[in-house]
Write a protein that binds this ligand. Sequence first.
Ligand SMILES: Cc1ncc(COP(=O)(O)O)c(C=O)c1O
Length: 408
Amino acid sequence: MDKKQAIRQLAEKYDSFYFYDQRIILDRIEHLKKSFPDVEFLYSVKCNPHGGVLDTVFGQGFGADAASLNEVKMAAERGVKKDMIYYSAPAKAIRDIEAALDKSVIIADSLGELERIRKLAQGNRFELPIKVGLRINPAFSYDTNEGHANKFGVDEAAALEYMQKMKDDSFISITGIHTHIKSQELNASKLSSYYGKMFALAGRCEEALGRNLEYINLGSGIGIPFDEKDREVDVDWLGEEAAKLMAAFRKTHESTRIFIESGRYAPGPAGIYVTKVMDKKLSYGKTFVLLKNTLNGFMRPSAAKMMNKYFAEEPAFSWEPMFTGLHSFQFKALEEGGELEKVSLAGNLCTGTDLIAEDIEMPRLEVGDIVYITNAGAYAASFSPMQFSSQERPAQVLWCGGDSFVIE
Ligand SMILES: Cc1ncc(COP(=O)(O)O)c(C=O)c1O
């Protein structure tokens, strides 16, 4: 069975579903690993926590970037070892930290959180000192050498001061740093310059601590094409540039681990959202094709449409993962060809905002026909308000080739 046949077969059972192509996920993972041989990868579970996707990604040696206790548990239950699960999120509950400590490495997100972990350490339940990472809000951005106010992490100056003051603390020990300041960067030279700034930051931290770090987590940043005009990041070139930086770093850091955590890169382009025409109507000269579960099933195309209403030509800026660009999703009929028709695509919710495209050309569609939306593999199912109006939720299907599926 080929991909189209697989989609047709599933559409007989489901009116809307996510379809993740495992082959694409595996190929993209392979590309990352080959391009960065000195890097260990973590998968940002939040972008797509489908069980089959997790098994696929972890099966390739990725660890987990977990944003909640539940994500820590999901990775641990799938056999990911503690030193490959990094729990990093703002405003963690101390009881979640306590429950996650034996399964993951905690990345503290504030000075207050560091103190709460320190207090926990004084309770005599843990081997001391508790090793923690610290998320730093650095004194630079991708484009400048200035820091910016941010709800994530600890401002660099305050982090360095704390590290110096607490370097010999007997309850907690900062052994790693984590930074993530941008997603969806398509410019490889900006990513490379960011990595350079990160190694310099690691040096400042080590000076404050008086010892080498055990790990540096460079966060994410590598984007994927959304708009048809977007080009893939030149990951081969980026890997070569990173290798030069790492070679210099390795001279004094034989054992420091280097992580990149990536969400969207592997599963993002591997996913499509499949939906069906449920109704069609003509209203004052405009043809509406009504699809199953659009805003509620896959929110971001509706969000992009909404931005399009406000910023018809130039959007203010992208704000990931809610909004990437005005033309980030393509709408396609599964059966191509035939006569074209100008239509607006809307969904079955009782709100006018459930609208994903206006006056676009599509092959003539009738009730029962299959339509799909691209770029639905990351921040798609997990980032949609599926509870709204209590509709039947879209299925999520990992297609492993032929007639092999993992359906959730
Ligand atoms: C801390 C952190 N790391 C990694 C990621 C994954 O980013 P991406 O999906 O762009 O790879 C995110 C996304 O929000 C994040 O917040």
